[in-house]
Design a protein around this ligand. Structure first.
Ligand code: FE
Length: 532
């Protein structure tokens, strides 16, 4: 997916030009190009407001630099989504200081908001509700453009990126230059080198990674289409030879712990309604949670249960599914799920997001479960419904958990040789590390179905979570990446032909248990087999 900035520019250019001519204004080239990327009605309002504060015939970026307070006022004169669009526009022009401050303040939670969002110890930080509409090419272009600007902001802070230049500013032969770009294409040449085409807001350039530069070459082998990254190298406006590749990456300085002795459990992929749903094993799990089995001392301290998608098996999800369904009515599948979750003691907060089998749209971000189908779940007072993906704060909102079901797993594994050969379907945490490195849950355009969003890419990982939890591969796996805890969930369904087809090798009925005070993890086993 190209950033395709010129296409979108052409479409709104003429209207903005006409507006300026009719009102006797002239706009400088850089500001004009930036305004051409946003909605025309917003662009017109911005021009009017700049005109009011500047009183000049020529409206330029320089005027904005000299009037930072007025710029902040222009931003605050817009509301909601439009405000974010205007913020982003000014930030992209380099006018970010005052706007950033204001944005931070806005994000501070208000007491009443927290109360609305659930118990004090639990806070839903991000749950997306982006409506489906008829999307045009421009919507996808804006979506990618915003993602690029977000990633660029992060990458350009990296001290190692010396002599950072835009692609159209490369002239003559330059040593030690750095570029930030999105990967448009990737191929291996006859000489076994990797040739990439990178694009930024100003143009495109070929970039070559020589196979003799071992470290850079190993990194280049794992590059995916639409990755946004920085390269360090030498070259000219025709081609740049790469010395190093740098991703936006995520890192925490330390692992956060709860002050209280409390536990969180992580599960997903119940697939209630399937003939292969392991109901008796799940019931054993609910009995354990209620303190009716051994380890009562631990089970009574469980405070949170995360269910990361595929809560029911759904109906018509894949050809021939009906033969494998015990419950063929989607509403009845959710009734059954509610009955099972209703058995769990009420002081455990259950946080539940959908997956591809649930009765919501497949396009990500998937909204919360639909009330029309999952009404009985809404009746459970200890269940918080969130989107896929979502960010939830637990332990008095000190520990942030990013929930993502994981539709993109298969694309990562298919496209990265080391994951494909290494059978990463059995080690989901290895795949999650690639998401964290890229700060994106599904970077390649075709890897998942998604809803483009003009203001913010919901699959972009804005802030490092303390924990990322996933489902989809039906295998438990635990790892730590730069102090971020990765917890991939098991499932409650024995192997189906559909799973064999998509490469899953399930290990059901295993539940990771996290001691939030010490950070220690153990995997509880509710399977029938005597396994460690
Ligand atoms: Fe599943």
């Amino acid at each position: 997916m190209a950033l395709n900035l010129k296409l979108i520019g052409r479409m709104s250019n003429q209207e903005i030009l006409k507006f300026c001519l009719e009102n006797g204004f002239i706009i400088d080239k850089e500001l004009f190009e930036s305004l051409s990327q946003i909605d025309v009605s917003i662009a017109k309002k911005i021009i009017e407001k700049i005109k009011q504060v500047s009183n000049e015939r020529l409206i330029s970026k320089t005027i904005l630099f000299n009037k930072s307070q007025e710029v902040s006022k222009i931003v605050t004169s817009f509301e909601n989504e439009n405000k974010k669009v205007v913020e982003r526009l000014f930030i992209s022009l380099g006018l970010n200081i005052e706007i950033k401050k204001e944005k931070t303040l806005e994000k501070e939670p208000r007491a009443e908001e927290e109360e609305e969002q659930g118990p004090a110890s639990l806070r839903i930080i991000t749950s997306h509700d982006i409506p489906t509409k008829k999307f045009k090419v421009n919507d996808f272009v804006r979506h990618f453009r915003n993602r690029f600007l977000e990633m660029k902001k992060i990458l350009q802070e990296r001290a190692e990126l010396q002599n950072l230049v835009s692609i159209n500013k490369i002239s003559g032969n330059k040593q030690n230059l750095s570029i930030i770009g999105a990967v448009l294409s990737k191929r291996t040449t006859k000489n076994k080198n990797i040739l990439l085409e990178l694009e930024d807001m100003t143009g495109r350039i070929s970039v070559l990674v020589n196979h003799e530069k071992k470290e850079a070459y190993e990194k280049a082998k794992e590059i995916l289409l639409d990755d946004i990254l920085a390269i360090k190298g030498s070259g000219n406006s025709e081609i740049v030879f790469v010395n190093d590749i740098i991703y936006p990456d995520l890192c925490l300085s330390e692992r956060k712990k709860s002050e209280k002795e409390e536990y969180a459990l992580f599960t997903s992929d119940l697939h209630v309604g399937s003939l292969r749903f392991l109901e008796n094993n799940f019931l054993k799990f609910t009995e354990w949670l209620n303190g009716n089995l051994n380890s009562k001392d631990i089970s009574t301290k469980v405070k949170y249960l995360f269910i990361t998608g595929d809560c029911v098996d759904g109906v018509g999800v894949y050809p021939g599914q009906e033969e494998l369904l015990k419950i063929k009515d989607i509403k009845k599948q959710y009734e059954k799920l509610a009955e099972l979750l209703g058995r769990i003691r009420k002081d455990i907060h259950i946080i539940l997001c959908p997956g591809q089998h649930d009765a919501v749209r497949v396009a990500e971000p998937q909204p919360i479960l639909n009330k029309d189908y999952a009404q009985p779940i809404y009746a459970l007072e200890n269940v918080s419904l969130v989107s896929n993906p979502a960010v939830v704060g637990i332990s008095d909102a000190k520990i942030n958990v990013l929930m993502y079901h994981g539709a993109s797993f298969h694309s990562f594994i298919g496209d990265i040789e080391a994951l494909r050969i290494g059978k990463a379907h059995e080690t989901p945490a290895r795949v999650v590390k690639h998401m964290l490195k890229r700060r994106h849950l599904a970077p390649t355009h075709s890897s998942v179905v998604y809803v483009p969003n003009e203001t913010e890419d919901p699959l972009f990982i804005k802030k490092a979570p303390d924990i990322i939890t996933t489902g989809e591969l039906h295998r438990p796996d635990i790892d730590i990446y730069n102090n971020i805890l990765i917890i991939s969930s098991s499932c409650w369904q024995s192997t189906t032909p559909f799973e064999e087809k998509i490469g899953n090798n399930p290990l059901p009925c295993k539940v990771p248990l996290l001691n939030l005070k010490t950070g220690a993890i153990k995997i509880l086993d509710f399977s029938d087999k005597e396994e460690k």
